[in-house]
Design a protein around this ligand. Sequence first.
Ligand code: SF4
Ligand code: SF4
Length: 337
Amino acid sequence: MPTSALFAKPLPVVGPSFADRLGEPLRAAPAITKLQINLGLVCNLACRHCHVESSPLKTAATDNMSESTAERVLDWIEKNPAIETIDLTGGSPEMNPHFRRMVSRCRELGRHVMDRCNPTILVDEGTKTGIQYDWVPEFLAEHQVEVVASLPCYLEENVRYQRGKGAYDASIDGLRMLNAVGYGTNPRLQLDLVYNPNGAHLPPPQKNLAEDYHRELGERFGIVFNELWTITNMPIKRWRADLARRGQLAEYMQLLEGAFNPGTVDGLMCRHQIHINSQGELYDCDFNYALAMASQVKGGRLWDLSLGDLESRRIATGNHCFGCTAGSGSSCGGALA
Ligand code: SF4
Ligand code: SF4
């Protein structure tokens, strides 16, 4: 079946839909304190589980946030001091030419900035782009940016399965570069790692896995970091296609449905943040962005709206949302319960 036909079909659930399980519409919290910005879909990797389908084949000219959009977003941030945290994601956000401007201006404005960094980019030799990113660790340290580095496992085999040959060694080298400028040891330089499962199962308990990561990365490579966040794979885009190819999609959906945990609902990330894509268009989260499920707030682009328009807004949900409420829950900050 062509991929487009596969994605047009609703996700298979055996019981009540996500909306029926909740019983009432999901709404954002009365205070929104975080803006997550997708700076573009260009990435040096093309991971098997990537829910935004980033890759080196994306084009910087069309798939990255432009300078004029970046400036409009910065203006909006300046006017809305209640937005305490700016969460930069992609693709590889550092591959956007306006990344440095975005970070430095947000820091000048006194906001906390997070960079969702795939650590292989730090050692990318630029064979495809002609650009190297070895300046990134010092730049991030200078601006005291919190680094959220994806490392799907501490074992090479699992990283290779998800991210391709060479990704493990490059990740280790990238993490060493972050450690070398103080990440993980300097209390102002927070380094968090992100795990996601490499198969059709839920993440193990975050606390236990964090102990394993600390031990294994410390003993093998001397790598230090602050927190480990576990994230459930969402049954959308590449991961959905992968599950469908292996005949595991229905089984995975049943796993998510069966593990529905109402204790995770209050902490769902869509309730506490707003997400924009590289055009400044609004989504309740990056999963909804990947599914082209626009925010139900009228206006469409960030700069058309006040913060009050976003607070307590009704959130667009679907059965993919079972991925956020299963077991201990999952968000861009890890487990919820
Ligand atoms: S590094 Fe992140 S953005 Fe890039 S392809 Fe992998 S999952 Fe997607
Ligand atoms: S996918 Fe998760 S974060 Fe996004 S709207 Fe659904 S529950 Fe909220």
